[in-house]
Design a protein around this ligand. Structure first.
Ligand SMILES: NC(=O)C1=CN([C@@H]2O[C@H](COP(=O)(O)OP(=O)(O)OC[C@H]3O[C@@H](n4cnc5c(N)ncnc54)[C@H](OP(=O)(O)O)[C@@H]3O)[C@@H](O)[C@H]2O)C=CC1
Ligand SMILES: Nc1nc2c(c(=O)[nH]1)N=C([C@H](O)[C@@H](O)CO)CN2
Length: 228
């Protein structure tokens, strides 16, 4: 078996599409989330609530027992929660504590692969903040900052990069007024789906001279003047 890629949050939507694309590209994917993704011969699932340190440790122990190396770790698991103290704690555990814990614990397995990548799925909102999702934006900003630290810590054997999406995929229950309001925020006014993120991941996995960097896929949102 080739060195697997650990992908968190692959049970639905963007993460699921990414897992399937990586599997179709010949990678072995180990998916970690609370729910199992649809079956695929190249996708193995490890049930884990990544907000829980004991679940993360069980995942680490499993990987250290069954893998000699890891080709990559992609931190995609996330929740888009409204603001509250409880949600800040949850989002810190998921967006900051879990990637920090897993990156520290899996550094040796990544180093054993000869060529390995860590990819943090961040959010370009972090550069502006968000009045409606303060905890989400702040914890994604921490996730973004950790790209810089882990890139220095793990060079040259492991590359560490981030992806900064704007809109990818609306929630299925979103109303039309919200959809139009969001689309208007970018220069490229369409809902792109998972494909731009999949292409960014595939680029980073094969980019020998990129580390500590970010791929922005936001439809030019940073240039569009708008009322926040
Ligand atoms: N959709 C968009 O427009 C945008 C998305 N992004 C980012 O892109 C990534 C994918 O987005 P999207 O597909 O919409 O995300 P979703 O919110 O639809 O899915 C998130 C995934 O994370 C997993 N997850 C949530 N909580 C936990 C937990 N406690 N433990 C383990 N896994 C967990 C979920 O699995 P389960 O519930 O089974 O545990 C699910 O598979 C995310 O990082 C998101 O922040 C950034 C900008 C825009
Ligand atoms: N974990 C998630 N993060 C984000 C989501 C989501 O559904 N799950 N959605 C968005 C929005 O699409 C936003 O980009 C515009 O409405 C952001 N992050």
């Amino acid at each position: 078996m080739n060195s697997p890629i650990l992908l968190t949050g692959a049970s639905q939507r963007v993460g699921l599409a990414l897992a399937q694309a990586l599997a179709e590209a010949g990678h072995t994917v180990i998916s970690a989330s609370r729910r199992q993704p649809p079956a695929h011969p190249n996708i193995q699932h490890f049930e884990a609530d990544l907000c829980r340190a004991d679940d993360r440790q069980a995942l680490i122990d499993y990987l250290q027992r069954h893998c000699q190396s890891l080709r990559g770790v992609i931190h995609n698991a996330s929740l888009w929660l409204d603001d509250s103290l409880e949600n800040l704690d949850t989002l810190f555990r998921l967006h900051v504590e879990a990637p920090y814990h897993l990156n520290l614990a899996l550094g040796e397995l990544l180093g054993n692969a000869g060529k390995a990548d860590i990819i943090h799925i961040c959010d370009e909102t972090s550069s502006r903040g968000s009045q409606s999702h303060i905890a989400y934006a702040a914890t994604k900003a921490a996730l973004q900052n950790m790209v810089l630290s882990f890139a220095q810590k793990y060079a040259p054997n492991v590359r560490v990069n981030g992806i900064l999406p704007g809109l990818l995929m609306f929630k299925p229950d979103g109303d039309e007024a919200y959809r139009q309001h969001t689309l208007q925020k970018a220069l490229l006014q369409f809902e792109p789906g998972a494909q731009p993120l999949i292409e960014a991941v595939l680029f980073l996995l094969e980019s020998p001279y990129s580390t500590g960097t970010f791929v922005t896929i936001n439809g030019g949102r940073h240039l569009k003047n708008r009322m926040t």
